[in-house]
Design a protein around this ligand. Sequence first.
Ligand SMILES: [Zn+2]
Length: 494
Amino acid sequence: MYLKMGRKILKQLFVIFLFFLLPSTTNSQTKSWEQILINEAKRKDGHYFVSLNKISEVLNLNTYYSNKARKVLLYIGDDKITVTAFSPFIVADQTVIQLPIETRYRDGDIFVPIHFFLPILKSYMDTNDNFSDANDLKFLTHRANILGIRSEKKANGTLIRILTTQAFDKSNISTRYSRRWFYVDILYGKINKENITIKNKSDLIREIVPIQLEQMVQLSFRLKKDISSSNIEVTLQPNEIWIAIPESQPSPDLIKKLKTDKEKWRIDKIVIDPGHGGRDPGAIGPHGTREKDVVLAICKKLKRLIEKNLDIEVIMTRESDVFVPLKERTQLANKKGGKLFISVHANSNRSSRVGGVTTYFLGPARSEEALEVAQRENAVIQYEADTGAYSKLGDEAFILAAMAQNDYMRESQDLAAMIQREFKNQLKIKNRGVKQAGYYVLVGASMPNVLIETAFISNKKEEKLLRSSRFQQKVAEAIFKSIKKFKQKYEWDL
Ligand SMILES: [Zn+2]
């Protein structure tokens, strides 16, 4: 009896003990691994870094180190995070996340900026384990802290005022100037695209474009004339960030340089790239229509339109049914000094119901669909004799190549948007919008470049359209019109 009673009490006590113990241990566990990592971090150049070795040790994660590629793979449950040395890009299961600063590398170990890496890590830990915390991804989801942008003309220049709800650290604000675009990057900045108020009362600024990136806001100002970037001053006011751009007289050297730059920008030569050709038929429709044939027909019509109506020389990467390796296409474009590169393709999908027109520009793929289309177009490489030339281009190489030609990304995106707008007006097929993906054929083009997937050859209706001369002409006219508009917009300033 006593023994029985004792056992019962013991059991009850144990349950009570569990009740108190369990939530508090999980909670303190959550706190502790983050806290341990934060404590382990070492300060360098104003940021705290922790090694991936330490992270995997604390969280007991499986890792794969590739010392040759200076790359580390972290395995969290079924998920995988790839981190590369000296790179701000992290690939977390095909999603590319850009950290505001690059990773570091020392003695075979990669160091990540802990405050930016922690939220990513946490989101994976939370979905894979029972770790949970209400403050998840705190600074990824917080409310808008930048409410408005004002620009004003002052006696000695232009003042940009950024209205904020909180104080920002000056070290988190950076400015740069490139080819008539002035950029202000604000780390931890958050905007609400619908509510942000923009008032432009300066005669220097043509257009203000705020863009929300992963952990920062980029404010882009398109200018009417060149500025000298050396005298720009950032000051903090209560709930405002002030950026002063003084009026400056460019030096004769600068004027000369700008003049040659302008000549370089003039759109007087366009490279048109009909996809596939020769032993590579591209996608094939249900009735046997070959992508390589219809895209060549469209490109020939486009060439005729441009040469007849615009003062632009057209260079075709192929004029007949021949095979041209992808690399040679952009090499030709660069060698000939092309100012735009337009690759024309037809899309394909496993489902015969999918249809519509899409324009792509080069960048890390942001959706499953974009990735699939790019992989299919990239598969062309199997037809090439020298496949070794591409074998080193992994996902990250794409991203780096995309970043290397960052100068043209904005124009490429703009051109892609203009093309899609014309398609919307001219074609009666679905508008799938502007997308970004990693196309080999676009890597290495030193000019704004886009790839158009005109319609789905795998869709019977659209296959029929693609074969018809009328539809081909309409597609060519839409592209032609957008080129004309692009030329007008970008030569306006010259
Ligand atoms: Zn294609």
